[in-house]
Each structure stands twice: as C-alpha cells, then as structure tokens.
Design a protein around this ligand. Structure first.
Ligand SMILES: Cc1cc2nc3c(=O)[nH]c(=O)nc-3n(C[C@H](O)[C@H](O)[C@H](O)COP(=O)(O)OP(=O)(O)OC[C@H]3O[C@@H](n4cnc5c(N)ncnc54)[C@H](O)[C@@H]3O)c2cc1C
Length: 122
C-alpha cells in the first residue's frame, strides 16, 4: 500500500458489524474503506488448520496468531492477552483476521427478547 487512500467513511474492523455498516453506507452511495488489523486467511487454510490441529476442542486453534493483531490463545498455554480482573473470569474468544469473530459462528440464532427492545430505558 504505497498510494494514499481516501474515502467518505473509514470503518475500523472487518467483522460482521463493520461489514454491515460498510455495506449500508456503500448502498447509499458513500465511498467506504475498511481497515482491518489482522491478516487475510483463506477458508481452505483455516479448514486445513482445523483438520491438522491436535486440539479440536480449542476453537481458536485454526486461526493464526499475529503479534501485530493479537487475540486470546488458551491452549496449549494461556497467552494472558485478556486481563481477567473481575470476580467471574470468562475465557472470551475473539478472532483478529479479515472477517473477525464471525469465523466462529456456531449457528445459534438467538431470538429477540422483550428486553432487547427496551435497551434505552434499561
Ligand atoms: C466460539 C464462538 C462461537 C460463537 N457463536 C455464535 C453464534 O452461534 N451465534 C451468534 O449470534 N454469535 C456467536 N458468536 C459471537 C459472534 O461471533 C460475535 O458476537 C460477532 O462475530 C462479533 O462481531 P463484531 O463485528 O462485533 O466483532 P469482530 O467480529 O470481533 O470484529 C472486529 C474486527 O475488528 C478488527 N480490529 C480490532 N481492532 C482493530 C484496530 N485497531 N484496527 C483495525 N482492525 C481492528 C479485528 O481484527 C476484527 O476483525 C460466537 C463467538 C465465539 C467466540
């Protein structure tokens, strides 16, 4: 990337939220640039990584770790990337590659709950 780039809107992150925002803006005629910190990794590579992984129960194992765009890694060793200071530590996972954590999608489509429509007042 040697040329300077410009756009009406710059979206940071290429996960589902960034992608949806970028698409909606583009459909309304805006020029949009998505900046993603992680590498682009093809589905074929991720599937091969999963097949070759000895740690199938570790959902993070197929996704390459990059020092410039770090994400949590728990096996074989916790990289302690997330600081768990609260009373209920939770080993949250997220992925920093092009496409973001959506690569993890486990096919659960939760229904909207009544409180989801009262977020302002709650
Ligand atoms: C194992 C697992 C299973 C899941 N299964 C489901 C499911 O079945 N159903 C469901 O509804 N949800 C599921 N989720 C949750 C869902 O995947 C996430 O809520 C969703 O993908 C989050 O999308 P996002 O766009 O907000 O963030 P992300 O997808 O995390 O995107 C953020 C992006 O921004 C990039 N980024 C961050 N900082 C910067 C920066 N400074 N500069 C440039 N780029 C940056 C990151 O690299 C990343 O690509 C699951 C999550 C996990 C971990």
């Amino acid at each position: 990337m040697n040329e300077p780039l410009s756009a009406d809107v710059v979206v940071i992150g290429s996960g589902i939220v960034g992608a949806l925002v970028a698409q909606r803006l583009a459909l309304q005629g805006a020029s949009v640039l998505i900046l993603e910190s992680g590498p682009r990794v093809g589905r074929d590579r991720l599937v091969a990584n999963f097949r070759n992984s000895p740690r199938k129960s570790d959902f993070m194992s197929p996704y390459p770790f990059s020092a410039w765009s770090p994400h949590p890694v728990y096996q074989p060793m916790d990289n302690d990337y997330l600081v768990q200071a609260g009373p209920y530590p939770y080993k949250a996972e997220y992925i920093r590659i092009v496409g973001g954590t959506t690569w993890h999608w486990a096919a659960q489509a939760w229904r909207v709950l009544p409180n989801d429509l009262r977020i302002h007042s709650l």
